[in-house]
Design a protein around this ligand. Structure first.
Ligand SMILES: C[S@@+](CC[C@H](N)C(=O)[O-])C[C@H]1O[C@@H](n2cnc3c(N)ncnc32)[C@H](O)[C@@H]1O
Length: 199
């Protein structure tokens, strides 16, 4: 999958632009720009679209397993001139990072994974008790008409973005070590934003 992202990195923002303008940028702003004085771990930072929303009172470590995506994020970061954000290449688990983050962010990342459990477990390890995980994700709709659309476009979204609609949403796969604090559905029930709390 990191091979896919290395290849599409130069075009990723362009392919994603309509969704970014109509939906994602509002979601990013609403859920990330209010964070203050946190130690934030962003997983799968991609081309760095979340970076401008992190207030300078936070200390942010943003990781990705694709050097191609990170190189675009790095250019974006230079323009922001933000000393509170650090990018880090992390190709495999476990991540050699501190275990004291207060917030983790994974936007459109867990839905690219066949099985998000190992990464969820790793995030859990790196959060302090009571730490929050903010996720944005696509998932299989319970509405038959929307699910038909998802199935039709799934081969394309998997090829272009690595995003698989035909999977259970991560919030339905959680064990008792996570509590759902907030969940908000967008585009019917095809996209959601959720805040989870680590026990
Ligand atoms: C669909 S893109 C989303 C990028 C960005 N989060 C956004 O909101 O636009 C998924 C990103 O997650 C990264 N990724 C997927 N699995 C990962 C993992 N296990 N560790 C680190 N990065 C990962 C990919 O390399 C890719 O850059």
């Amino acid at each position: 999958m990191d091979g896919l992202y290395n290849h599409i990195a130069p075009f990723y923002d362009l392919i994603d632009l309509p969704f970014e303008l109509i939906y994602y940028r509002n979601m990013r702003s609403r859920w990330l720009s209010g964070l203050r004085n946190h130690r934030i771990l962003e997983i799968g930072v991609g081309t760095g679209k979340n970076l401008k929303y992190y207030h300078s009172s936070n200390k942010v470590t943003a990781i990705d397993q694709s050097r191609g995506m990170l190189s675009i994020a790095s250019k974006r970061l230079k323009k922001l001139n933000s000393g509170h954000i650090e990018l880090s290449f992390q190709a495999k688990l476990p991540w050699p990072l501190p275990r004291n983050f207060t917030v983790a962010v994974a936007t459109f990342v867990l839905c690219t994974m066949k099985d998000p459990q190992p990464v969820l477990q790793e995030i859990w390890q790196h959060l302090v008790p009571g730490g929050k995980l903010i996720i944005f994700e696509f998932g299989r709709s319970k509405n038959p008409s929307l699910y038909t659309i998802e199935k039709a476009i799934n081969p394309l979204t998997k090829t272009l973005f690595g995003v698989d609609f035909d999977r259970k949403p991560t919030v339905e796969l959680l064990n008792g070590r996570w509590k759902i604090l907030d969940i908000n559905w967008v585009l019917g029930d095809m996209i959601y934003q959720a805040v989870l709390e680590r026990e």
